[in-house]
Design a protein. Structure first.
Length: 302
């Protein structure tokens, strides 16, 4: 049979629920901090159900405590996926036609900045942070499970004030755990503001060109695509459009990108062929990577 467990709501819980949380965290060997709005991250606002495959079911209550970075960023958990194999399961035993990991704990969170913008070119593609995971057993002993992975391809809000991130762990101890602690720092790329820039463009003259503060060493046009080659200033391009000689402005869509040492490549696509005209861009200003401290305490329902 499938195992179905509801996730519990801890935010604004009554006194008896908070007492249960205190007892639970004590069993996990973790002492809950005194309630402070600046340090306690809101847990899930909506009740959710996790339905997991046969022989794997499990679910968790999620609550986390935050230490603020220097930048004004708030972090809270959106949800947790917890898939645990039965104790003693053969690590190499995989059901027929099954794909992916048979075990996984994934913490989905959202970061919100109160000043500045999150950039879409997060360094987490190369910088995986240093979030370590610790398992807590029923007898209050612990075991280090190594470093969590940061999932790529985050989602961003329209105003760039919020972005998602996910921490994943793909193997649990063979014996049952009471809870998990994710603790460390997550790299988040931010910018203070954006600025506009424009530059004449001739597809028959492959560069170099200067687009505001972006250095394009050379470019290559193939039909409806243009590939820029340059340094890390290419990461400053937030949006790009192309103004035709007729005056029509066509919005470009971001395509593939690549990095080799200090050389960057970025492809942009439009729905018409490139001709002489003008490149128009919105550029990030004052970009930096913030290492955001996080501490997520994940425990079973009680």
């Amino acid at each position: 049979m499938h195992s179905i467990y509801p996730l519990r709501i801890l935010h604004n819980a009554p006194a008896e629920e908070r007492e249960k949380l205190r007892l639970h965290t004590s069993l996990c060997g973790v002492s809950p901090p005194r309630p402070r709005p600046s340090s306690v991250i809101d847990c899930m606002k909506n009740l959710a159900l996790l339905t997991l495959p046969r022989m794997i079911g499990a679910a968790l209550v999620a609550c986390s405590f935050q230490v603020y970075a220097q930048a004004p960023i708030d972090v809270k958990i959106l949800g947790v996926t917890f898939i645990e194999a039965p104790p003693g399961r053969d690590k190499n035993l995989v059901p027929f036609a099954a794909t992916g990991d048979m075990e996984k704990v994934e913490v989905n969170a959202i970061a919100t900045t109160r000043s500045g913008l999150f950039t879409q070119w997060t360094n987490s593609f190369f910088d995986k942070g240093d979030v370590r995971v610790t398992a807590v057993f029923p007898d209050k002993t612990t075991q280090s499970l190594g470093q969590a992975d940061i999932a790529s391809f985050p989602k961003f809000s329209t105003d760039a004030r919020s972005r998602s991130f996910a921490l994943t762990l793909n193997r649990l101890p063979d014996k049952a755990v009471t809870g998990l602690i994710f603790e460390g720092t997550v790299p988040l790329s931010v910018a203070k503001r954006t600025t506009k820039a424009a530059q004449a463009f001739d597809p028959d003259r492959p560069g170099p060109i200067k687009l505001g503060g972006v250095d394009i060493k050379q470019f290559k046009v193939e039909g409806k695509s243009v590939q820029f080659q340059g340094n890390d200033t290419l990461l400053r391009i937030k949006t790009l459009s192309f103004k035709l000689s007729s005056g029509q402005v066509v919005q470009a869509e971001r395509g593939a990108w690549a990095r080799m040492n200090n050389e960057h490549q970025q492809t942009w696509n439009i729905d018409t062929a490139f001709t002489r005209g003008e490149l128009q861009a919105e550029l990030y200003e004052d970009m930096e990577t913030v290492r955001q401290p996080v501490r997520f305490v994940i425990g079973r329902p009680w």
